[in-house]
Design a protein around this ligand. Sequence first.
Ligand SMILES: *Cc1c(COP(=O)(O)O)cnc(C)c1O
Length: 471
Amino acid sequence: MKTIFEKNKNLHSKPFLCEEIKFNKRITPLNLPDTTELEVMRHYKELSDRNFCIEKGFYPLGSCTMKYNPRANEAAARLDDFLNLHPLQDDKDCQGALELMYDLEQALKIITGMDAITLQPCAGAHGEFCAMNIVKKYFEKDKKRKKVIIPDNAHGTNPMSAKMNGFECVEVKSDQNGGVDFERLKELFNTNGEEIAAIMMTNPNTLGLFDENILQISELMHKNGSLLYYDGANLNAVMGHTNPRLMGFDIVHLNLHKTFSTPHGGGGPGAGPVGVIKELEPYLPVPTIEFDGEKYFRNYDKKHSIGKVSTFYGNFSVFIRAYTYILMMGNNLKNASSDAVLAANYIKEKLKKYFKLPYDRTCMHEFVLSGDLQKEKGVSTLMMAKRLMDSNCHPPTVYFPLIVHEAMMIEPCESETKEVLDNFIQTMIEIAREAQNEPEKFGEYPLTTPVLKADETLAARHLNTKYEFNN
Ligand SMILES: *Cc1c(COP(=O)(O)O)cnc(C)c1O
């Protein structure tokens, strides 16, 4: 590891000379690393070995849907004809790529029940921003509509997307079942009805619970002329069983990188398509991908469009992966959701004797435990998460949603065998026992990872992602 850096310590240290830039001609020799190909391979292999990934072990990171990414997706995304496309090529020279985008939109329309889709946004949060921009445009003539209702367990990107589009966020608390407090919602409408533009909901929500009042909520919203926004990050719970349209939603974003099995983490790349009902279709970003019966084309001629939201058309390689996955799965998408829900309920039932379960009801594809019982012994959720890392398991999402103390949000996905789930359950039970009997041990974990116990505050306040040899 060190040699490669040692040898090249001064790499990039020599500035370019002005003449070189002016005449576009190099005078000083190129400062290339002095390494063999083998050394480089070892360096990157070592870095990849230090990393944790779904191919290495169980990854129940709640809300992130870390399912298996089939290799067939990768093979398709690496086909030469896709790889070598240029985004500025004429429509006639990239009919295949346009057809793939068009077909993917058709598939997403069926899955969500929406009337039109744009693939352009490059992440879930980007999709939210784009969608709330559409909501803003829709209410352009109704200046009073400046409030957006957001439940207290929403993902942080929801209020941010509303706020960045100039809306004011109104929080609505959850009831004891973990759903939106419907009585409270009704009160908001009685007092502020004419100001409410939309509600942003995740269903199932971030507690992994399906809001059973959703039809009453959508009726209340629509009667008031307000829109319902669906955060589709949890779509893996309901595919083929129901869809946001049937629940009464008007506009949705999806996370192709979560639900449709494309690799994510560490910042992307992702794709956050937005789906809308007919009334909102005119506002979708340009270009739209269309088919005139003979050829596919990009249409920029949309008078009411919010404009472009990406430099080009979104992350095309993610579309290929999601499209391949959807074609391979077909009707089995429905089984993927059933299996994800079954796996989550299985783990929940086995662990609820050992950890506090704040909402004890059937969950969807994920559920949230509280570490309160262990915290009484001085063992926090963070300490337990570190301990899990010593068992070749990625920790669950911790301390989110904010409404559960010492939260652990567990999402197993459909791709794991029962042995893997049982193994995780066993490890969690051991952790609960150890917290009870030997809480002092938790100060030291993790003991086996490439980076041991990190200083969390320092890492958060003074993040340094550079490799510095002298350190
Ligand atoms: C992941 C997630 C988002 C944001 O999606 P990104 O693709 O990470 O930008 C929004 N809402 C929920 C509930 C999520 O889990």
